[in-house]
Design a protein. Structure first.
Length: 343
């Protein structure tokens, strides 16, 4: 199977070369969705009855794939093409989550072997396990484009382009800090740039201080989620969040410090509220992210002080183990998360 890059797709579209079927997939969903929108805009640019020539079907409901292909077989109305969006496509390692199933193979082959010459069908895949037979079929018989997560350099380039579009500037220090805070998530990076551009008026200059005051740390927010799952004894979810944070590039020792800080804040918050300090003041003292204050303080109120103290002790022991043990830091922190989820 030949999977194209984003640049390959961009070059094809510049030449106005449209394929009858696209499969767009990958971790970077914002750029995936933007590509689908771009294809649709270009294909239907001359359509005077666009609402009749653009249809979306979400898999997961009964017969949606069949309906999508039936729609694709219809002739466009006063237009050269129709566009059919097939969303919520999931082919996972665990087939229980699938919305595109093995039993759909016959109808999929029938259309992909003889696609309509007057329709553009775009599959938007939320998850696509390339090892599965149905995935290989879809990828091999369509123009497939993978939207991988962007590197830091690519994120900075994207940010600079977006800033130019908004007639806003940012110094290099502010730009690097913004990318570090948002992580490799173009959707969030774009939203934060738009928010900062408004906040920077009338100067139209985004400073380091402005970024620091308005943009929450995405890794810190993920760390809050990890703490929630540990306290609720949800080991599976805790390990999923841990893997995401580590795969995003967080150093185990740094992450361990964040986890320790979170549990320390829980213990301190509980003690302060027990002394009658108002919730708003506790949130200020603990420097809690705005969107997490209520949940965090509710968790602190429910938590047992003795349990929090024991957790902090285990974190301290793991810190020492990472610095002295032959076992890898990642393995040490994974073992700790499994243990804490069972407390």
């Amino acid at each position: 199977m030949n999977i194209l890059s984003r640049d390959d797709l961009k070059n094809q579209l510049k030449k106005r070369e449209f394929a009858p079927v696209y499969t767009l997939f990958g971790a970077e969903t914002y750029l995936r969705d933007l590509a689908a929108k771009t294809i649709t805009e270009m294909v239907l640019a001359d359509s005077t009855l666009r609402e009749f020539n653009e249809t979306e079907f979400s898999l997961g409901s009964l017969n949606q794939l069949r309906y999508a292909f039936d729609s694709a077989e219809q002739l466009p109305m006063i237009s050269a093409f129709r566009v059919i969006l097939v969303t919520n496509v999931v082919v996972s390692a665990n087939s229980n989550k699938d919305t595109l199933r093995e039993e759909d193979e016959d109808i999929l082959i029938k259309y992909l072997d003889h696609p309509s010459k007057t329709s553009i069908v775009i599959f938007l895949a939320n998850e696509l396990d390339k090892r599965r037979k149905i995935s290989k079929l879809l990828l091999s018989k369509s123009v497939s484009v993978e939207f991988a997560e962007l590197s830091d350099n690519e994120l900075e380039h994207w940010a600079k382009t977006k800033l130019r579009e908004l007639n806003t500037q940012a110094d290099e220090k502010a730009l690097r800090h913004l990318v570090a805070l948002t992580g490799n998530n173009v959707r969030r990076l774009t939203n934060e740039i738009e928010k900062l551009s408004v906040a920077a008026l009338p100067d139209t200059l985004i400073t380091f201080e402005l970024v620091e005051s308005l943009v929450p740390n995405s890794r810190e927010l993920s760390n809050f989620e990890l703490t929630d799952y540990l306290l609720s004894k949800n080991k599976v979810k805790a390990l999923e969040i841990l893997q995401k944070i580590l795969d995003d590039g967080a150093e185990p020792l740094m992450l361990l410090g964040l986890i320790a800080g979170n549990f320390h804040r829980l213990l301190m918050s509980k003690e302060l509220m027990g002394q009658g300090v108002e919730r708003k003041e506790v949130a200020r003292i603990m420097k809690l992210p705005w969107g997490k204050q209520e949940d965090f303080l509710a968790t602190a109120r429910r938590a047992d002080s003795g349990k929090l103290t024991k957790i902090l002790q285990r974190i301290s022991e793991t810190d020492l183990a990472i610095k002295t043990s032959k076992a890898t830091p990642r393995l040490q922190i994974e073992m700790l998360v499994c243990e804490l989820a069972a407390f």
